[in-house]
Ligand binder design. Structure first.
Ligand SMILES: NC(=O)c1ccc[n+]([C@@H]2O[C@H](COP(=O)([O-])OP(=O)(O)OC[C@H]3O[C@@H](n4cnc5c(N)ncnc54)[C@H](O)[C@@H]3O)[C@@H](O)[C@H]2O)c1
Length: 389
């Protein structure tokens, strides 16, 4: 891949238009296509408004903003991808639709064109299986909003060639993004390791230990998280967050560690998605938010229970070679704004103390949900800490 290849983006929804903006701002000619002309028109309008705002905030000159806009060609025809060096797909999250589209792309694009998917939950290897030359297919997973979020997960399918992996990583690095390489497993890094932030918070609520406001307070007050789990779920949308949890749970052959919560399901069933519907765990039609119970002992207990579950997920991701310790910590700080990398946190607390809390939960509940990673047990026994090379 040469440095200034033409970039194709398929799907002009929230992700596709953001990715097109990032590529054009990095100096590439971009072809943005969508099957819907209305969607393309709306994407063009949104892009131009965003670029205008950057000019107003003096983050970009008027000439540069015009040049970025001019570099993006909107089209309803995938045939315009013919001379692209990389095509990133960001259409509906449906395996059969994506496989068909990749098979079509293969017929249009040059042999050396890399074909990437922005899927957040599907297997990249399954998508690649739709192509005859599956070695040129890779996952390039941006976070929302793509122009603002620094992290990009690069996910080689089992079929992806080493050359396509290194070319794709270097290219996205050159777009001023922080790239991490993840194994093609459910949730990749961020959507796997972050599950207990939501799941354990919901479980604590279901047990009647504390209400939403108190759990949120505990995580911001004692953990330094920017948002508590319920505020964040309301922000993401309970429908979206539940769907991700459900898909990760199913894809892990129903491992109880990832079991979805009935509380979240009922909120989703009721249409209480969160901010976008005016009601989620909190009621946004009023300015008056419920007050937490600011009991320090309770707050610290809640925080530590959720934190050890998060650390256990991060450690298990290292154990199963999903990514390196450095990339796992980078993912959580740059992809979801955690105040500290979870493995760094484990080092500071001490793996032995984290293990003791997990074992206490496992003893009490006798549920596989609380099983400690074998690596955490080994590290605690050997008195080791994580290294970030
Ligand atoms: N929204 C997020 O937070 C987020 C974050 C990371 C990754 N993703 C992934 O990115 C992809 C797109 O998500 P989104 O939120 O931008 O979706 P979206 O619904 O906003 O946009 C999808 C676009 O694809 C178009 N489309 C659908 N089928 C098509 C086809 N066959 N050919 C051409 N265009 C087609 C639709 O018209 C629509 O404009 C999904 O795979 C999703 O899992 C989403």
């Amino acid at each position: 891949m040469s440095a200034k290849i033409k970039i194709g983006v398929l799907g002009a929804g929230s992700m596709g238009s953001g990715i097109a903006q990032v590529a054009a701002q990095s100096g590439h000619e971009v072809v943005l296509t969508d099957k819907s002309l209305t969607q393309l028109d709306s994407a063009r309008g949104n892009l131009d408004r965003t670029l205008q705002k950057l000019v107003e905030k003096q983050k970009m000159s008027a000439e540069e903003s015009q040049a970025v806009s001019d570099r993006i060609l909107c089209s309803t025809s995938m045939a315009d991808f013919e001379d692209c060096g990389l095509v990133i797909e960001a259409i509906v999250e449906n395996l059969e639709v994506k496989k068909k589209v990749f098979s079509d792309l293969e017929k249009i694009c040059r042999a050396e064109c890399v074909l990437a998917t922005n899927t957040s939950s599907l297997s990249v290897s399954s998508i690649a299986a739709g192509c005859e030359n599956s070695g040129r297919v890779i996952g390039i997973h941006f976070f929302n909003p793509a122009p603002l979020m620094p992290l990009v997960e690069i996910i080689p399918a089992v079929q992806t060639s080493a050359e396509v992996l290194s070319q794709s990583k270097s290219l996205i690095d050159s777009w001023n993004k922080i790239t991490v390489v993840a194994k093609d497993t459910p949730g990749f890094i961020v959507n796997r390791v972050a599950r207990p932030f939501y799941g354990e918070a919901l479980r604590i609520y279901e047990e009647g230990v504390a209400d939403f406001a108190t759990i949120d307070w505990a995580m911001t007050e004692f953990g330094g998280f920017k948002m508590g789990p319920f505020t964040l779920m309301d922000y993401i949308g309970n429908d979206v967050n539940y769907a991700v949890t459900d898909s990760v749970f199913t894809a892990f052959y129903f491992d109880p560690r990832y079991k979805p919560s009935l509380t979240q399901k009922r909120h989703s069933d009721a249409g209480w998605y969160g901010r976008k519907t005016g009601r989620g765990y909190y009621d946004y039609s009023t300015d008056k938010m419920p007050e937490p119970n600011r009991d320090k002992v309770l707050g610290e207990k809640i925080f530590f229970r959720i934190l050890v579950m998060l650390i256990n997920e991060a450690v298990d991701a290292v154990f199963l070679n999903i990514a390196s310790p450095k990339d796992i910590d980078l993912s959580m700080t740059k992809g979801v704004n955690y105040p500290k990398g979870l493995l760094q946190w484990a080092n500071e607390i001490g793996p032995g103390k984290v293990l003791a809390q997990l074992d206490q939960l496992a003893d009490e509940y006798r549920e596989d949900r609380y099983r400690a990673s074998a690596l955490l047990r080994r590290m605690a026994a050997a008195g080791q800490s994580f290294e970030f090379k």
